[in-house]
Design a protein around this ligand. Structure first.
Ligand code: FES
Length: 245
């Protein structure tokens, strides 16, 4: 199907969102709660764009959740969009005073955070990407707890969760550096829990926790070779070469 984005005709596939099409076409739209591994969530509203109807009337939608339709006319930048994004960043910067990433973003957009007490070290913007990552890669132990200004993402009762496998998928997807993780002496510490790291038999790099490997083996019924991803691909490529040669 065909769409018009910023006056230019582009092709799109049914089921895609506006954001996915824009990313493919190298049209920049800022995002915070979006990660290509998951469906758009529409939480942060940074990715707002305008849709224009045949009479020139415009309305705003979140591009990470809005599905494309034939003939859609999309505007990705305007004075109104800029104003909305600045207001969102001001609110996020007022909450996440401890996040360098969010404070830098506020600087780039030229906005001053509001003076909200009690949030000096806060880094989380409650985008929930970590919750999604935990569902997909881990064991669904993360969720939003408490309400209002006290709302936060946590393990049950804010304690070390038995089910947590220390996969660090939450840490990897967090856009603001809010999740703390430490790796030292062959151990990973995350969400108040200590995990032993397994070393790759080939290159010696720590590549997963014991619990992570156990979960994958339990789910797949396959016993995994003790190799990191890079060595596993190399090993497979070598075997294929021998096979074809
Ligand atoms: Fe679309 Fe957050 S990126 S709402």
């Amino acid at each position: 199907m065909k769409l018009i984005i910023d006056g230019r005709e582009v092709s799109a596939y049914p089921g895609e969102t506006i954001l996915e099409v824009c990313r493919r076409e190298n049209i920049f739209i800022p995002t915070l709660c979006y990660h290509p591994a998951f469906k758009g969530q529409g939480v942060c509203r940074m990715c707002m764009v305008e849709l224009e109807d045949e009479n020139g009337n415009r309305r705003m939608v979140a591009s990470c959740t809005y599905p494309v339709q034939e003939g859609l006319k999309i505007v990705t930048f305007s004075a109104k969009i800029d104003k909305v994004r600045k207001n969102i960043i001001r609110l996020l910067a007022s909450r996440a005073k401890g996040s360098d990433y969010i404070q830098d973003l506020a600087g780039q957009y030229g906005v001053e955070p509001l003076d909200l007490p009690g949030l000096d070290n806060e880094k989380c913007i409650l985008c929930r990407l970590c919750v999604n990552a935990c569902k997909l890669m881990g064991s669904s132990v993360l969720a939003a707890v408490w309400r209002g200004i006290d709302k936060k993402i946590s393990t049950p009762y804010e304690e070390a969760a038995e089910e947590c496998i220390g996969c660090a998928a939450c840490y990897e997807v967090c856009p603001t550096g809010a999740i703390e993780m430490k790796e030292e002496n062959g151990q990973r510490i995350i969400w108040n829990k200590v995990f032993n790291l397994v070393l790759c038999q080939h290159c010696g790099k720590a590549y997963a926790t014991e619990e992570q490997i156990a979960l994958v083996e339990r789910k797949t019924g396959i016993s995994l070779p003790a190799l990191c991803e890079a060595c596993r691909s190399q090993n497979l490529a070598g075997r294929l070469k021998n096979f074809s040669g």
